[in-house]
Design a protein around this ligand. Sequence first.
Ligand code: CMC
Length: 425
Amino acid sequence: MTDTVALEYNGQRFELPLLSATTGEKSIDVRDLRKLTGLTAFDPGFGNTASCASRITYVNGEKGILRYRGIPIETVAEKMLFTETAWLLIYGRLPTKAELKTFSARLTNNELLHEGLLHHFDAFPPSGQPMSILSAVVNSLICYSPEIMDTTNEEAMRNAVAAIISKVRTIAAFSYRKAMGLPFVYPDPNRSYCDNFLHMMFSLPNKPHQPTEAAVRALNLFLMLHADHEQNCSTSTVRIVGSAETNLFSSVASGICALWGKLHGGANVAVFEMLSRLSGGEETVPEFVERVKRREVRLMGFGHRVYKTFDPRAKILKKAVFDLLDAEHTDDPLIDTALELEQAALNDDYFKERHLYPNVDFYSGMILRALKIPLNMYTVMFAIGRMPGWIANWRENNEGQPKLARPRQLYEGPVETPFIPIEFR
Ligand code: CMC
């Protein structure tokens, strides 16, 4: 089997190395392409470019496979908790009981915010966008605790990791409380990660909130399923920003901004808005599907750059929605609309021909709705879940000497423009 690929150009033949993934996929190594041939590779949107080599997460879009450090997402969903998943992604293997205990203790030690930081929440208007608040406050953490910027040794790195994963949850809950005009509820060190988040969101000074086991389990599941997804838009952003040797906190803050967009993490909000319109009778499902096919709108929560079959996370979430609603003895009219829309799309040639299936965002909002998380927090929830993946990728990229990310371009502007003095223009 050849381990090079031949390229013929300008009457010359060049050999480019062929690299193999552990799972068998091949990649042409074009690092020396320009040096050898004077050519660059053109790939807007990076749809065909492996921007890095990674050992963290494997996605096979044709077969619908997702594995964290080799463990199938279905197993993660069934057997693990979010904090354990975070450790797995960041440190590369399953933690022992002792390691997990130490990690949980570090998370507890880091759950409070510097009191000075709390004044920032006063400066944001009540209608402030939670994603904007989240990215700003995560980036500001280093102003109050500059020591957590240091990730040059393993102990410091472990503290920085715990600080982000723990504090992001406190920041998210506090931004919600501020917007609602409710007092901050400080974290309770005796609660688990997800229980504690729901406590900070929904407890009142005179009435502590005790989420049900089913709610805590569903939140764990939601966060685990969002924990990493290899080189997506926000993770690539974190890697690119980190490649300039930018600190971990500012790098993940930029990841939060990238996630916000509605083609990425913001899709969970767009799905809800779409389903609400349909459920409210503004338009029937068949009418809406026809508009999608006329390209007037996109069917949000459908399609994926990598998956050309069912997103495995969507399958798990769909079942989890029904489990949670059953356990809470409640119902949601949007579910019927979602099922009708999913069936209509899956049976339609437009979607079949383009291999468009439900992605993670199609059903994730239903879980959040059942957990009483407000709509403007949906993408914030995705960001809390994605934090371990961003950290793991930043860490992997910044091991040793990071290579500064600096893509080339195909210039299409004027070759050289004569300057015209202002009086003659
Ligand atoms: N509704 C209608 N048509 C679609 C959709 C959709 N959701 N997604 C793709 N298409 C069509 C697209 O118009 C194109 O058709 P044609 O070949 O006739 O021009 C074809 O399918 C291929 O689409 P593409 O835009 O080249 O595919 P992409 O890989 O660039 O897009 C995507 C991926 C996620 C941006 C896109 O599928 C989309 O916009 N989906 C809706 C938004 C969404 O749900 N985003 C969440 C993604 S998963 C979670 C995450 O990453 O955060």
